[in-house]
Each structure stands twice: as C-alpha cells, then as structure tokens.
Design a protein around this ligand. Structure first.
Ligand code: MG
Length: 644
C-alpha cells in the first residue's frame, strides 16, 4: 500500500486536460475474456427490432454487433429467449424452443456465429428455479402418473408436509423466506350435462343428481343462487321450508358455488365445499369460511411458487442427488442443446430460491449443474471452462459460499456500495470495500470471477439512484470499467437512461433509441415507456456525434480496459488517502501497473502523488491536471488512469 500526501501549497495554476486511449484497437485481450471482459446485458424484447413488428428480436441484435463491439463487449447476456408466457420471458413454457416473438432457432444460431466473428460470446439466461405454467405443469397436475409429477413442489397438505420436513425444495427449512403455496386443480374438476340441484338451507347441504327432467330458467325472485360455469348466476326455487331446487344445463370446467347474495361475495355469502368434490345423489356439506369450489371430481392440490402463482417452483428432490432428478435431467437436456449450438455461458436466475436460501443445498445443486454443463461444453470443444454466473441477490457476506458451486456471482453489494459513496461524495473507502468483497469470495474459490455491475433489469436504474445526474452516471461507468472483476453493462446505462420500478418493471427495461427520430422496440412493454426520458438526445445516433456523451465515456473506458492487461487482469491495491472524496487504487498485472483515481464529489479535488508517475494518461473523464511536483487535480466527478 503506497501513500500520497495532500499538497502543502493551496493554490497552483492549472491547465486541465483529458485524454483518450491511444490505441485504435478496441478488441479485447482474448485470454482475459471470461475473467474480466465486458459483458453487455440486453433485453432481447426491447433492444432492437429487425422486422418492424415492434418486438426486439434476435436478428436485431445481430444487426447491431458493431455497436456492441464498439462498446468493448466480449459477451452478451441475453434475457431468456425460450418460449415463455410473458413479455420478459422469465416464465419459460418450453426450454428447448425459441420464443417466436424473438425469432427462430436459425436466427439464434446466426447470432452466435456472427458474434463469434467479433469475439463476442453469447450467454443465455437460464431459469432453473421455476418454469411457467406450460405443458410440464399441466401434465403434472393432470394425474399422479404424469412423468412430470415430480417436476414441481406439490402437496395435498402442505402444512403437514413442511412440518414433517418432506418438502425437498425447502432443504430442511420450515420457513421458505419468500413465496406461497397456491391451490390448483388436479384432474378434471368440471362437468357438462343436465343436473338437478337440491339445497337444504337448514342443514347447509346440497345434493346434486344427473337428470333428464325439463330445464328450468333462473328464478328472478330467488333468495339463494348457484354460481356455475357458463350459466353464471342461477336463482333457485323455494320448494319447502328450507328447500331450494332447480334443474339446469351445466358446462363448467371448475365446478360451482352457492351464493346467499346475488350482488356480493362479502360477509360469508360465498358457500363452497367443506370436503372436496360432490358425489351425485349424496348431500355435500357447505361451508362459507374456506368456501373452496365445489368440484365434480379430481381434487385440489397445492403447489409452491417462490415468486408469483404463474411461476411454479421446479423440484429437484434431495439436493445431494439433484442431478438424478427428472426435472434436472430435462433442464440439462435443453441446456445441452444450446451449448452444443455454441452458447458459451449461462446466467442463472434466482439461485437463492432453488433451495429456499439454503446456502449449502444451493451451492451443491449449482455445482452439479455447472459440472454437467461444463462437461457438455468441453465435449463440444469449448475453450477453457464454460462461464456461469449466478444471480444470488444478497449481500456479499451471505452469498460468498455460493462460490463453492459456481465460478462467478453477481456482486450486488458492489453497486450498493458504489452508489452510496457517490451520493455521499466520498470515495475514500471504496477500494478497501471492493478488496473486502474479494477477500470474502476468495475464501471459497481462489479463481472466483467477481461479476460487478451497476443496476439490472430488476432494479431501479442506476440513473435513478444517482438522481438522474449525468456526471454521476459517467463516473459510475468509469468506476465500473476500472474495477477488478468482470463488468456487466446493462442496456441503456451507456446512454444515461433512468427509470424506476414504481409504475412497473417495464420502466427499467426501456428500448434502445437507435436514432434521434423513428420508432423503438417498445411493443413488449405495452405502453410503459417514458418518452420524456427516451428523447432524441438519448439516442445512439446523437451520442455518437457528441464527444462529451456518456456513450463516449463508456467507449473510452471500455477501450482502455480491453487494451490494458493491468486494468483488465490486474490485482487491485488500495492507495491510502487522507482525502475523503477521492477513490484511489492501483491495478497490477505482471510488470504493468496503472494508477486509478476517481473524484466522487461534485467539487474539485486535489492530492499530491509522490510515488506515481502522472505523465502517461491511459484514459480520463472530466478534467484533470497533473503538475510536475506530483499534484493531481481532478474536476467534479472526474476520473483519470495513469500508466506507470
Ligand atoms: Mg421484431
């Protein structure tokens, strides 16, 4: 750790400078790609539309590889591309096919092949925690004999199963931390045909019989009703002291309910089954507390979902043997297909929840998954090991042990720390904190790949967190691209986008505006686009013509990183500092060292460096001035990197 001292003389006449990387070569160092190369995270549905249907698509990406190359990308993390139910594609219905909205399998292969010409890898987003409610799920519910029955976390009595430790997905936990059990129909619940209903309101029972008697129309002056399938609300006829009856044609796929109000479900006016399906000719006890649908067969079954009901959790059985489970094998078979096609990495969604935050279980599962995919990758002839990064959305200290299972994890704490320090105007302990993160990871995996990032598609935009301040956003990008690890740039960050999740996740997933005029790939976002943010001056076309744009800052720092082994592959060392506003560190690789200095404050900052050369600027943003006596002055939110 070296030191610099504050200047003894308060005022020096300064000329301010900026510099750009001298090398015109933006290509990365091939050996560094997986360790420290830049990855661009893009939402396929809103990046670029090639066919004018309003959806971003795979060919749109292929058409913009020049843009991604100029940004120094060595890999692309694509939002999920498989067939799915919703626009964002995180509820996959079929892991082995491409969502037609996004293109074809041939389009995907073309993207992989064309990207390779740019030395850009394709990383797929793999959703292992849950699927959508597709054929697997429907089959699993349809019958206990379904080959997919074990794919999901199903229970007839989940409270008892959880208490007895029978839910493998919970890995022994009784509190899942997040998620809910949802009721679903198992088997055929419905009926189609003519039925007679006899309600005994004193006994609170209903007796249903199949009949060929004449159909009655709904009684308009009824006091009790049925709510039933396609017939809707049906008024019963009072035929005795507490007896109400009717004969109707029924067509329902879910069953029926009894109502004691024709206008409201409130106040216990909804009466359903207390004991499952109705049996023809036998009175069924009614209940108005649980009031489950009165079905004609099948049963209700519960399934667990960490997120919402549309995304049932997948079940891999006891974690030590997860790779032997049918669900694992099916997912692995699909991954093999894409890896054999040329995919070089996977981003794994929601890995905390595969075994409900049980770190040991999750790491064991992830290792099994990684080993399988890496074997396929190596059999394909892939270079080195497959890249795989997990989304374990937690503080560093809580997720470091996940490195036992995966070579790379997103470092959420990195961004939480960086935005806090920028907003406080204090860079002093930033390098020390980054080094602490790295020390935590190293305990579990010496060759860990720290996937550093600002915000992503699930968080408020970095621009929002930084108060929409362009100088702060430029600084954040410069810090990201001069930090050790593997930086991820999220679609739009390089253009200075902002947006928050309050009014919908779509507002943090805005399309790229390629030109100052003209349309954007916004159809998937269903109108949830902030056009006050997405103005012509946000466009790529505008920013490419403007040397002061944030896009140019990203490009300059990306180029510097990709042409400096010290910056991309170097070991970080803190340069201790009495200045609160400056973040200062070195990056050293073999005999190359660079000095990295960032000013986290909105005022000029100054310090004297006695042990470093300030003559050869690799890259800068904002203004700096270096005097012969070692005094370095940095403008507000400015950055500079010097080669040593
Ligand atoms: Mg399209």
């Amino acid at each position: 750790m070296r030191k610099f001292v504050l200047p003894a003389l308060a005022v020096l006449a300064m000329l301010f400078w900026s510099c750009t990387p001298s090398s015109p070569d933006s290509r990365p160092l091939p050996s560094s790609d997986k360790l420290s190369g830049i990855t661009y995270q893009l939402n396929v549905y809103s990046f670029a539309d090639s066919d004018g249907d309003g959806w971003g698509d795979l060919r749109g990406i292929t058409q913009h590889l020049d843009y991604l190359d100029a940004l120094g990308a060595t890999a692309l993390w694509l939002s999920p591309v498989q067939t799915a139910a919703s626009y964002h594609n995180y509820d996959v219905l079929d892991y082995s096919t491409i969502n037609p909205h996004l293109g074809t399998e041939a389009d995907f292969k073309e993207l992989i092949d064309k990207a390779r010409e740019y030395n850009i890898d394709i990383y797929m987003d793999y959703v292992l925690n849950h699927s959508g409610r597709g054929e697997w799920f429907n089959s699993a519910l349809s019958s206990k004999d379904s080959p997919y029955r074990s794919f999901y976390v199903l229970s007839d009595n989940w409270q008892a199963d959880v208490a007895a430790g029978k839910v493998d997905n919970f890995a022994g936990a009784t509190n899942p931390g997040m998620g809910s059990w949802h009721s679903a129909a198992s088997g055929d619940l419905g009926y189609k045909g003519r039925l007679h209903f006899k309600l005994d309101w004193k006994a609170k029972t209903i007796t249903v019989t199949e009949t060929t008697a004449a159909v009655q129309s709904s009684n308009p002056s009824a006091s009790l009703w049925l709510w039933i399938g396609s017939a809707g609300l049906v008024g019963l006829y009072q035929t005795g002291a507490d007896i109400h009856e009717i004969t109707v044609d029924v067509d329902t796929d879910w069953g029926f309910l009894v109502r004691s109000s024709s206008t409201s479900w409130d106040g216990g006016t909804k009466w359903g089954s207390a004991s499952g399906a109705v049996k023809f000719g036998e009175p069924l006890k009614l209940d108005n507390t649980v009031a489950a649908d009165i079905t004609f067969g099948g049963s209700n079954i519960w399934y667990f979902a960490s997120f919402d009901a549309s995304m049932p959790d997948l079940n891999y059985g006891p974690y030590a043997k997860a790779s032997e489970s049918p669900a694992f094998k099916a997912l692995a078979e699909s991954a093999d297909k894409w890896i054999k096609m040329g995919v070089n990495g996977l981003r794994l969604d929601a890995v905390l929840w595969i075994y409900q935050q049980q770190a040991e279980a999750n790491a064991s599962f992830l290792k099994q998954w990684y080993d399988h995919c890496n074997a396929t990758y190596k059999a394909r002839g892939g270079k080195g090991d497959i890249y795989m990064v997990g989304e374990a959305w937690e503080e560093t200290s809580k997720i470091a042990s996940y490195y036992k299972g995966l070579p790379s994890l997103f470092n959420f704490s990195y961004w939480w720390t960086l935005k806090d320090r920028i907003n406080r105007g204090s860079g002093k302990d930033f390098a020390r904190t980054v080094l602490w993160f790295r020390s935590q990871y190293r305990q579990y995996r010496p060759d860990f790949i720290d996937a550093i990032k600002l915000s992503n598609h699930d968080e408020d935009r970095a621009g929002n967190d930084l108060g929409k301040s362009l100088p702060k956003m430029k600084l954040a990008g410069a810090v990201l691209l001069t930090s050790p690890g593997k930086p991820f740039i999220y679609q739009g960050e390089e253009l200075g986008y902002w947006g928050g999740k309050n009014n919908g996740d779509e507002f943090v997933r805005s399309p790229i505006r390629w030109t100052t005029e003209g349309s954007v790939a916004a159809k998937a976002l269903n109108g949830k686009v902030d056009y006050n943010m997405l103005t012509g001056s946000m466009s790529v076309e505008f920013q490419e013509k403007n040397d002061d744009s944030i896009l140019k800052v990203y490009r300059r720092f990306a180029r510097a990183r990709n042409t400096s082994k010290a910056l991309s592959l170097g070991e970080m060392a803190e340069v201790s500092c009495n200045s609160d506003e400056l973040a200062v560190w070195t990056m050293t690789y073999e005999d190359q060292t660079v000095l990295v200095v960032h000013n986290f404050r909105n005022t000029p900052a100054k310090a004297v460096f006695t042990d470093y050369k300030l003559t050869k600027c690799l890259v800068s943003n904002g203004e700096y001035s270096a005097a012969k006596d070692g005094t370095l002055s940095l403008g507000p939110f400015s950055s500079v990197v010097f080669e040593q």
